[in-house]
Ligand binder design. Sequence first.
Ligand code: ZN
Length: 485
Amino acid sequence: MKAAKPSRLQRALGAAACVAAACALALGGAAPAQAAATIVIVNQNDAGVGFNDPTPVAPVGGNPGTTLGQQRLNAFQRAAEIWGATLTSSVPIRIGASFVPLACTATSAVLGSAGAYEIWSDFPSAPRASTWYPSALASKLAGQDISTPGSPHIVARFNSRLGLFPDCLPGSGFYLGLDDNFGDQIDLVTVLLHEFAHGLGFQTFTDDETGAEIQSIPSIWDYYLLNNRTGKLWVEMTDAERAASAVTWRGLSWNGPIVTAAVPQVLAPSSNLGVGGSAAGQAAGNYPVGDASFGPPLSNPPVAGQLMPVVDQADGTGLACDPLGALNALAVRGNVALVDRGSCDFVTKARNVQAAGALAMIVADNQPGDVAGMSGSDPAITIPSVRITQADGVTLKAVLQRRSRTQSGVVASLGLDTTRLAGTDNAGRILLYTPTTYSPGSTVSHYTTEAKPNQLMEPAINDDLTHAVAPPRDLTFPLLRDIGW
Ligand SMILES: [Zn+2]
């Protein structure tokens, strides 16, 4: 065991920020049973602001506070209790917390950010030499508090202006209740669970844009980050290889045994578009799809029908933003409608093709990019919808050129691929978030957006999240266990 002098590095605030306009949250599961770690919230706000804001408020959703500041603190305490009941450590974990003005516009906002305040290597009982650990985990593993006296283990800052001012997501403030009944607001407890996880170690300290390690020392995270095409771990790569892998969609997997063992318990089969039929030609095969938050989820047996494009624009595309004309209605009736993204929201398109009698809707992206989902809601939508990439849309349209008014000879089947769980690689490992376009604060230190059900540690907060951090609903705690918790 190595007992070298510990090295320490102060961290600026949070590598991991949650930026989201779509951060509408949700609700919940019961907290795990027995408390095994103590988490202390250290109020870093000045008098009169943040946690000390004296503005009177009515109690809400199980939060008995009667001032804005007290309600904020109560929500922090709830998140601390949930993590405290899940983790094990003999060293109390201190979270330095504050509500401060953060970046905002009328339509998007930084909700908050958090990260380890210090990172340590070669501390007493460190499982791996020359490896960075976040301060709270290093203290747990050392069995003593190794942080700098007076310093928190985790620093967390949250947006004090959210929803309270016209230039900061007006109308979408933090929901301070503790009961998941967040409505159109953003559930603060869920955001806190997410941000605290970053501070506990759900992040790499290696530069995910350049691939450079801090002082040429890898993070504990990097031992589990696997390029699923080359079989190389981040710790085995050059800076350039790390940087390239971070922008390879579906290219990085979490190789930790505890997460991988829990994956089948947590994730559901992935959605799939199968294409066949006499005219499918080179377009035949399976396609990755993004799910819709409206309409029924895909299921088996698949919904199948002739694939027929909507054409309602001079350039040959089909937006379906208005009720379909007679020829388009004839084409999609009893068939699967192919429409293009753009000009109106996804729900409007679904409403229009459904009204024309389509069995299902496929939306082809109108710009290059990775597979992504579709947001929106309308309980009146009863047909399934999926989204495909622009490139796949081009491939499919190419084999639809010789269609008649009512059929194409190309059959689209929307169902589940029972051989593959959503958001996993070919070996059943969960993917990390590695969009082709680098996304500062989100790339690498989050799970893929393709997981189903949505996971707490995806880069944006989804409204089907609960307060669960562990299986059978969530894979956050298994990852923390993999790195040493
Ligand atoms: Zn995050």
